[in-house]
Design a protein around this ligand. Structure first.
Ligand SMILES: NC(=O)C1=CN([C@@H]2O[C@H](COP(=O)(O)OP(=O)(O)OC[C@H]3O[C@@H](n4cnc5c(N)ncnc54)[C@H](OP(=O)(O)O)[C@@H]3O)[C@@H](O)[C@H]2O)C=CC1
Ligand SMILES: CCCCCCCCCCCCCCCC(=O)[C@@H](N)CO
Length: 333
């Protein structure tokens, strides 16, 4: 009897260890002297991520298309140097066009600044509008930049990371990559796709000590956002008010902190927290407490989420009625 109890205890302990072992947090990456590549590093969130890493002693490669914007950003970043060895390298390339080209430039960057320790996939753009108003080419373009651009850059660095048994890859998704909202039929799928890629890739590369992070920023005050707002449907604007507009510096700090720690999920604010718990699905966890919070809070957050959905539906309905009214008064004029 005693023996049976002891055996049961051992089995339970082993089971517990087995469950807990993948949950043990990774060792933080050391940024001083590390090589960080930021796609979309010449503007907005990407620029602030680059500055944040540079301030912590990293060597930076900026990737974007427009050369003069790249050079201007390089100058801006260099103001924050913490030692005189630090370098900011600029590469002008379209991450969505030719994989061979992207692979080549990343090879050159690694020859100059050493193997990539951290890749931040931030190059991206958004187009909003009603489904029928968006040309199908918009859907293709967004998928090319936001999704395939991230696949290309990651594919070009992963082999070296695996050889070195270290590295970080960050995908900048969006809150619109956690929930599909009015106006985002072309954009949201590209951000949801990044999550699928990140989950599958993380499972492959974890034994090689490589950690993948997916960031879900809310609306953030950037040149890209200023552009987006010009053509945003009223419905999208009103719905987006559910979550506040963040500063790019603040978003960048959170992304860099989570990437260093190797956290899979990176979110900002209380609505970001709720969304990340609510949409955790089968995503990996990097701390036992994270998993526990998801188990405990999921039901409650679903209830809160249903209220949000109800209010979004009523925004859409009200806008439709308003539009029909103004159309009919236009006709009678
Ligand atoms: N701002 C926001 O509200 C939010 C943004 N995001 C995401 O964060 C990321 C950055 O957004 P944000 O800072 O607002 O964007 P910005 O428009 O301010 O900056 C975009 C950056 O990406 C580069 N870029 C765009 N297309 C390409 C391309 N094909 N190849 C290479 N580089 C490219 C741009 O440079 P260039 O044009 O010279 O190539 C620029 O450096 C995007 O993925 C966006 O979807 C997520 C949530 C909220
Ligand atoms: C419990 C559940 C809480 C639910 C809260 C839901 C809030 C949703 C607001 C989403 C705003 C959309 C941000 C898109 C940002 C973006 O990617 C673009 N700006 C890019 O340019």
């Amino acid at each position: 009897m005693l023996l049976l109890l002891a055996a049961a205890c051992v089995v339970a302990f082993v089971l517990l260890l087995y469950m807990v072992s993948p949950l043990i947090s990774p060792k933080p990456l050391k940024l001083p002297g590390a090589h960080v590549v930021v796609t979309g590093g010449s503007s907005g969130i990407g620029k602030c991520v680059a500055i944040e890493c540079y301030k912590q002693g990293a060597f930076i490669t900026l990737i974007a298309r427009n050369e003069s914007k790249l050079l201007q950003t390089k100058k801006e970043i260099e103001k924050y140097s913490v030692n005189d060895k630090q370098v900011v390298l600029c590469i002008s390339v379209d991450v969505s066009k030719d994989y061979g080209h992207v692979e080549n430039v990343l090879k050159q960057a690694q020859e100059k600044l050493g193997p990539v320790d951290m890749l931040i996939n931030c190059a991206g753009t958004s187009i909003t509008g009603k489904f029928e108003d968006l040309e199908v080419s918009c859907f293709e373009r967004l998928m090319a930049v936001n999704y395939f651009g991230s696949v290309y850059a990651s594919h070009a660095v992963i082999a070296t990371m695996k050889e070195r048994r270290m590295g970080r890859i960050v995908f900048v998704s969006s809150q619109a990559g956690q929930v599909g909202l009015f106006g985002y039929t072309a954009y949201s799928p590209t951000k949801f796709a990044l999550r699928g890629l990140a989950e599958a890739l993380q499972m492959e590369v974890k034994p090689y000590n490589i950690y993948v992070t997916v960031a879900y920023p809310p609306d953030t005050d950037t040149p890209g956002f200023a552009e987006e707002i010009k053509t945003k449907p009223l419905e999208t604007k009103l719905i987006s008010e559910a979550s506040s507009v963040c500063q790019a510096e603040q978003v960048a700090r959170v992304i860099v902190k989570d990437a260093i720690q190797g956290n899979f999920n990176s979110f900002m604010g209380s609505d970001g927290y709720m969304l990340s718990v609510l949409t955790s699905g089968m995503s990996p966890v990097t701390a036992i407490t994270e998993g526990l919070q998801q188990v405990v809070c999921m039901g409650l957050f679903r209830i809160i989420g249903l209220f949000y959905l109800g209010s979004f539906d009523s925004i859409v309905r009200r806008c439709m009625i308003q539009r029909e009214k103004s159309e009919s008064t236009d006709k009678t004029k």
